[in-house]
Design a protein around this ligand. Structure first.
Ligand code: SAM
Length: 277
């Protein structure tokens, strides 16, 4: 550690409600020589709201390499640098990993100023098991990659936490209900800390139907939490569901379930549950 060098402060900002910026975060942002922000235009209103006049520089995935070198030079010169994202905690589905890693390996002090994080806020109100959980961030956008990722997670026993955007929430819920089963417990936390905050706790199949049939439930930002795979669930079900999903595109659901059960050994009723249309 070099005593005369600056500190890289990793500062959480609100995920909606402006009052969720902590006094220490405000103070750190005010005192820093420079704030590295994901999108400087996005962060200006927040900083203006708190009367913070610190200089801003952009740090996003397209300029991270050059920006990191410049920020390390500032730290070496003794300047404190604060890193913020558009919302919530930097590095959590947001830029900053390269900067933090480079600053640490160069021996600079890197210190957190913790605060809002949508995943943790959602978990704290979901009422799903929170002693162990897995943060999965955003699912792949392409259907085949998304399906493969979900398949790999189908037997995960810890609570699963996903981020999702308004234009993919419907598709993702449908894919989750197909791969994990319509009956799996889930919670959709929308617009947390904002005016239209909604937390819906329903089985995946019902949640998918609800969101598909109500455009209001597709607006805003989402954290989707899914209960972990119950240990007593039949181990053949994930493969059974995969085969059922393929057959269901070609056959009536009852027939698809019967064939998928015969092929994989998974219980037919569990495959058919939630597909009685
Ligand atoms: N770094 C942020 C954090 O600490 O939560 C997350 C940034 S990520 C680019 C943005 C995603 O976070 C959104 O698509 C949504 O899934 C989730 N998110 C952010 N704010 C949210 C809110 N107020 N309510 C629900 N989800 C939110």
């Amino acid at each position: 550690m070099h005593p005369l060098t600056g500190t890289l402060w990793v500062v959480a900002t609100p995920i909606g409600h402006l009052d969720d910026l902590s006094p220490r975060a405000t103070d750190t942002l005010r005192r820093a020589a420079l704030i590295a922000a994901e999108d400087t235009r996005h962060s200006r209103p927040l900083l203006a709201h708190y009367g913070i006049a610190t200089a801003l520089t952009a740090l996003h995935e397209h300029n991270e390499r050059e920006a990191v070198a410049a920020l390390l030079a500032r730290l070496a010169a003794g300047d404190d640098v604060a890193l913020i994202a558009d919302a919530g905690t930097p590095l959590i589905s947001d830029p900053g990993y390269r900067l933090v890693r480079a600053a640490r390996s160069a021996g600079f002090r890197v210190s957190p100023v913790p605060g809002a994080c949508a995943a943790i806020a959602a978990l704290s109100v979901a009422g799903l098991a929170s002693d162990r959980f897995v943060f999965e961030g955003f699912l792949p956008a392409k259907p085949a990659a998304r399906h493969a990722r979900l398949q790999a997670l189908a037997s995960e026993s810890r609570t699963l936490v996903f981020y999702e955007s308004s234009h993919r929430i419907e598709e993702s819920l449908a894919a989750l209900a197909t791969v994990f089963g319509a009956e799996r417990e889930a919670v959709l936390a929308r617009e947390l800390t904002k005016r239209f905050e909604t937390v819906l706790a329903l089985p995946l199949g019902e949640l998918a139907t609800r969101v598909a049939s109500d455009a209001d439930q597709r607006r805003g930002e989402f954290v989707l939490l899914v209960a972990g795979h119950a240990e007593e669930e039949d181990a053949r079900l994930p493969e059974g569901r995969r085969v059922f999903a393929l057959l269901r595109d070609e056959l009536p659901p009852a027939r698809a379930a019967r064939l998928a059960a015969a092929i994989t050994g998974a219980p037919r009723r569990a495959l058919y549950a939630g597909n009685e249309s």
